[in-house]
Every structure is written in structure tokens, then in C-alpha cells.
Design a protein. Structure first.
Length: 121
């Protein structure tokens, strides 16, 4: 058995919303932040290497940083949503990273994990 390559809307719904994907994105975000001592810029680089096996191009990184800023602003205003997002899955967050920062970077990790390049390589 092998999984067929696809990029259907149903696959996108699964990879963006499935608890295992959300939990994996959170764990990756937390690991990247912890490994890079809380620096979001370096955490983005770490996640790109782990997901894409390459650094982000300058234009890609600018888009990712813009998305992170939007997510950070959203979760700063919606702390309950941040807490709900980072509680998805069986593993629990370590508590070393603020919930709003972790939620924002979790969404960025989720976006990177949903790229065709990551799903179809």
C-alpha cells in the first residue's frame, strides 16, 4: 500500500485541521523556539529546514513573517483561542513559551506543513 499523491481540497482540510497535524505543528513550533532560544526569526529558519529541507527564499520568508505578525496580533487579542489551539492533541505544551507566541508560530508551522512542496516531496 502507498498513499497516492493528491492536492485536493479535502486533503487541505485534513492537513490544516486534523488534531495530529495541529499537534505536530505545535510540537515543531515549540521545539524550534526552544532550540533557537525564543527567537522567532531563527525558529522560522529551523522549521523551514525541518519541513522543506532548505532555507526560505527572501520573498518566502517575508510572507511567512507577515503571516506570523498577523497570527501574533490575532492571538494577542484572543488568548482563549490561543489556549484552545495549543491544547490540541495528547501531548501538552511545556509552558516555556507564552501561549500567544506558541499559537502564532503553530499556525505558521501548520501553513509550512501544508505546502505542496512539503506534502508531495
Amino acid at each position: 500500500m502507498r498513499r497516492e499523491r493528491t492536492n485536493t481540497p479535502l486533503q487541505a482540510l485534513a492537513t490544516l485541521n486534523d488534531p495530529q497535524f495541529v499537534e505536530a505543528a505545535r510540537r515543531l513550533a515549540e521545539r524550534a523556539l526552544t532550540k533557537r532560544h525564543g527567537g522567532e526569526d531563527q525558529a522560522i529558519d529551523e522549521m523551514a529546514w525541518r519541513i522543506l529541507s532548505r532555507p526560505l527564499a527572501a520573498n518566502e520568508k517575508a510572507l511567512v513573517k507577515q503571516s506570523l505578525a498577523e497570527m501574533r496580533a490575532f492571538y494577542a487579542q484572543q488568548p482563549d483561542a490561543a489556549a484552545k489551539l495549543i491544547s490540541v492533541g495528547e501531548s501538552k505544551p511545556s509552558g516555556k513559551v507564552s501561549p500567544t507566541q506558541l499559537a502564532a508560530l503553530t499556525m505558521v508551522a501548520n501553513q509550512l506543513m501544508n505546502l505542496d512542496e512539503a506534502l508531495n516531496k
